[in-house]
Design a protein around this ligand. Structure first.
Ligand code: F6R
Length: 261
């Protein structure tokens, strides 16, 4: 995995947007994997600014979100489908219907999950997947104990994740849904390039485990150690527990700028 340690979320947003811009230049009909939550917000801000400035276009691109809460109605402000529209999709020039997400209101959940897997496959697969990481090491909502080969399915959220996300639900942990539909670790591993973002002190242990721990279902993100093209973008606070921090910094400093991530 490539590890890039930057000063703050804004710099991270710039580096990730450069990679997405290069992809769209090379392949205008690229398929993007989109995460919700706080971590990718600076990336979406930067992409929206570049789209406004005419530097980048999503007109031919498609997108798939990672996950969705089960049972949040269409008008709920924290439904991930609504959130991603607000923070990203509506701010750039995707054509209507170009971004899909798992259906958290489906009456037949296994069928909805299978349909989502089929839709991703039929699109040709995800070219670039944006990821955050939970403090418990989840990616998408693959909580500790998830099968490392899992596909899109229903999962129970951990108490820790519900506490972490209570900030989006007026601080009320009991208002955070207990279940979600999530792409599996096996699904995510098929993306051609994965960019994971972690910022802040509360992500330092998860970042350390992700990069330097043993591959284990206890820290589901560690499966990315097996990914052939995974890039981890951290700020200084999230990098503070890394054993090889000097090596990562030196390696990135020595990299020619034209190479990108
Ligand atoms: C969201 C998602 C989650 C978040 C993770 C970190 O679609 O898949 O894995 O990326 O919970 O959330 P933030 O970025 O809010 O700290």
């Amino acid at each position: 995995m490539e590890v890039v340690i930057l000063a703050d979320a804004k710099e991270i947003g710039g580096v990730a947007a450069d990679a997405i811009g290069a992809l769209l230049t090379r392949k205008p009909a690229a398929v993007l994997g989109l995460a919700t939550g706080s971590s990718p917000l600076a990336i979406y801000d930067e992409l929206a600014a570049r789209c406004d400035a005419g530097l980048i276009s999503f007109r031919q691109a498609r997108g798939f979100t990672l996950d969705e809460y089960v049972g949040l109605t269409a008008d709920h402000p924290q439904r991930y489908r609504t959130v991603i529209d607000e923070v990203f999709v509506s701010r750039v020039d995707f054509v209507p219907g170009a971004v899909e997400g798992p259906d958290g209101l489906a009456s037949d959940i296994p069928a909805a999950c299978a349909a989502y897997e089929n839709a991703i496959r039929a699109s040709g697969g995800v070219d670039l997947q944006i990821l955050g990481i939970g403090t418990d090491g989840h990616i998408a909502f693959n909580e500790p104990g998830s099968s490392l080969a899992s596909r899109t399915r229903i999962k129970t959220l951990t108490r820790q994740t519900r506490m972490d996300n209570a900030r989006f639900f007026g601080g009320e942990v009991e208002s955070v849904p207990t279940h979600c539909l999530t792409q599996g670790l096996g699904t995510i591993m098929e993306a051609r390039h994965v960019i994971l973002v972690a910022t802040g002190r509360n992500k330092a242990e998860a970042a350390h485990q992700l990069l330097e721990g043993a591959v284990s279902a206890l820290w589901p993100a560690t499966i990315l150690q097996h990914h052939p093209h995974a890039t981890v973008l951290l700020d200084d606070a999230a990098a503070r527990r890394l054993q090889l921090v000097d090596y990562y910094r030196e390696t990135y400093r020595a990299k020619p700028e034209w190479q990108g991530i």
